[in-house]
Design a protein around this ligand. Structure first.
Ligand SMILES: Cc1cc2nc3c(=O)[nH]c(=O)nc-3n(C[C@H](O)[C@H](O)[C@H](O)COP(=O)(O)OP(=O)(O)OC[C@H]3O[C@@H](n4cnc5c(N)ncnc54)[C@H](O)[C@@H]3O)c2cc1C
Ligand SMILES: NC(=O)c1ccc[n+]([C@@H]2O[C@H](COP(=O)([O-])OP(=O)(O)OC[C@H]3O[C@@H](n4cnc5c(N)ncnc54)[C@H](OP(=O)(O)O)[C@@H]3O)[C@@H](O)[C@H]2O)c1
Length: 409
């Protein structure tokens, strides 16, 4: 955790003197930026991979013994309350067996003695051990609010302890590894009538358990893995309708390393051109696992095409939908529902980088691998083509390799 500027107030003395001391300490903290070579924002798979490679290259983590005198330093800032990145927020039903393989972080094996263990426990436990083993001194819960251009080719990284915006700490960095993932940016598409719907609407990122949705019919929107997995869970406790804007893209063959590379290349092409990465499923497809086949046979994993609007009692199709194009099933023009579950994916959480004006005309950031093409000081890891655990590992390594060369570290 960062030094707490308000601590002297609690150390004794009269309240007024303590308040004065706290204010002075706060002013000092606000006035004195901390110089570091590299700031890593985010301590999920991507940020931890980058931190590991920085430490291996001899940079010392802020907070580690002797960091004040070290020749080169880095700091990892993470706003989550505990280790685990976005994994700590996953729903309980997502077990290690259901996960699409969580790759080992560099240098330490992820042992999974019990595949039925929820990923929201197993992965955070592993990350906590990892941070400790490699002396990474992740500063948490520290939220980065803005990254701005500073003097002398430095980047000003403005941060504060979560919930204490008045106690700002500014890091002056020579390089930045942004690893803030997507969990904080659930994507909610706009459909007519959304505010008129009388039932509940939630995003897959807010889903906790099927039981919470057992009180009526559930419409699940989206053709990705979140939609498919949540449909299978929810269908155990209530009735469901699945809607997608493209027919589900089932993939019968094994997801080989070659297919993985081809999917990554497709996304890389987009980010190199400065376009937004797009949905994950659009490049990976959906694997026809035995569980998914059962779901298709049971009718749960058969999608209707996208509805036209939400209405107070459910969702409605303006045109007749009893004879849809191949890949979809038909149905009545109105489906009454208690819940609409938006499994419509995520966007990269990059709002804090807005002052750097990295976005181009295509809506995305022009990238050269993990590096922002226009600024070799800045790397985005876990973004676009590296938005998987294996991709995040590699991007963390590559970002550090290129930053060291650029900064002469
Ligand atoms: C439901 C679900 C299941 C998935 N399952 C798999 C799987 O089985 N296998 C796989 O390879 N991939 C999977 N993925 C994708 C995978 O989660 C990611 O590619 C990878 O884990 C993301 O790691 P990350 O480090 O990029 O992001 P995250 O794990 O999201 O970490 C980002 C960190 O940054 C912090 N942060 C964000 N903003 C700020 C800020 N402003 N200041 C400070 N800190 C900040 C967050 O608190 C978080 O700790 C899944 C994704 C989802 C949504
Ligand atoms: N067990 C697991 O390991 C597990 C479980 C869940 C998720 N995940 C991972 O989590 C990541 C995110 O998966 P996800 O399923 O949440 O997101 P996703 O793969 O990005 O899919 C989002 C879906 O929402 C659809 N969509 C987007 N905008 C829409 C709109 N305006 N109207 C209707 N539909 C819209 C997309 O359609 P288009 O394709 O047409 O854009 C796509 O089908 C992936 O990496 C996935 O593998 C893993």
């Amino acid at each position: 955790m960062l030094p707490d500027p308000a601590q002297p107030a609690a150390a004794g003395g009269t309240p007024r003197a303590a308040t004065r001391r706290a204010l002075r300490a706060r002013e000092r903290a606000a006035a004195a930026p901390v110089d570091v070579d590299v700031v890593v924002i985010g301590a999920g798979q991507a940020g931890l991979s980058a931190a590991y490679h920085l430490a291996r290259a001899g940079l010392v983590a802020v907070g580690a013994r002797g960091w004040h005198d070290a020749a080169a330093t880095f700091v990892v800032l993470d706003d989550a309350p505990r280790p685990g990145g976005a994994w700590q927020h996953r729903w309980d039903g997502l077990t290690m067996a259901d996960a699409h393989h969580v790759h080992d972080l560099p240098g330490m094996t992820l042992a999974v003695p019990d595949p039925s263990e929820p990923a929201n426990r197993a992965v955070p436990y592993y990350f906590a051990q990892y941070e400790e083993a490699f002396d990474l001194h992740v500063q948490r819960p520290v939220r980065v609010t803005r990254v701005e251009p500073g003097e002398d080719d430095r980047l000003l990284v403005r941060s504060h302890l979560d919930g204490r915006p008045q106690d700002e700490v500014v890091f002056r960095a020579r390089g930045l590894v942004n690893a803030t993932g997507t969990w904080r940016k659930p994507f909610w598409p706009a459909y007519p009538g959304a505010s008129s719907f009388a039932g509940r609407q939630l995003h897959s990122g807010q889903y906790r358990s099927a039981q919470e949705l057992a009180d009526g019919h559930v419409v699940v929107v989206g053709g990705g893995t979140s939609a498919v997995q949540l449909l299978l869970e929810v269908a155990k406790v209530t009735t469901t309708t699945w809607v997608t804007r493209r027919p589900p893209s089932w993939r019968d063959e094994e997801f080989t390393p070659e297919l993985g590379r081809a999917a990554v290349a497709l996304v890389e092409e987009r980010t190199r051109a400065g376009l937004l990465p797009g949905s994950v499923v659009s490049v990976t497809g959906l694997p026809l696992t035995p569980a998914y086949r059962e779901g298709i046979d049971a009718g749960v994993l058969r999608a209707r095409r996208m509805f036209s609007r939400l209405v107070p009692q459910g969702v409605a199709w303006d045109a007749p939908d009893d004879d849809p194009p191949a890949g979809w099933v038909g149905g009545p023009p109105l489906v009454e529902a208690r819940t609409v579950l938006w499994a419509t994916g995520y966007r990269a959480a990059l709002d804090h980088l807005a002052p750097l004006r990295l976005r181009g005309a295509g809506g995305g950031i022009v990238m050269d691998g993990s590096q922002v093409a226009a600024d070799p000081r800045i790397h985005l890891v876990g973004y676009g083509p590296s938005a998987s655990t294996v991709g995040a590992n590699r991007a963390g390594r590559d970002a550090v390799h290129r930053l060291r060369a650029h900064l002469g570290l």
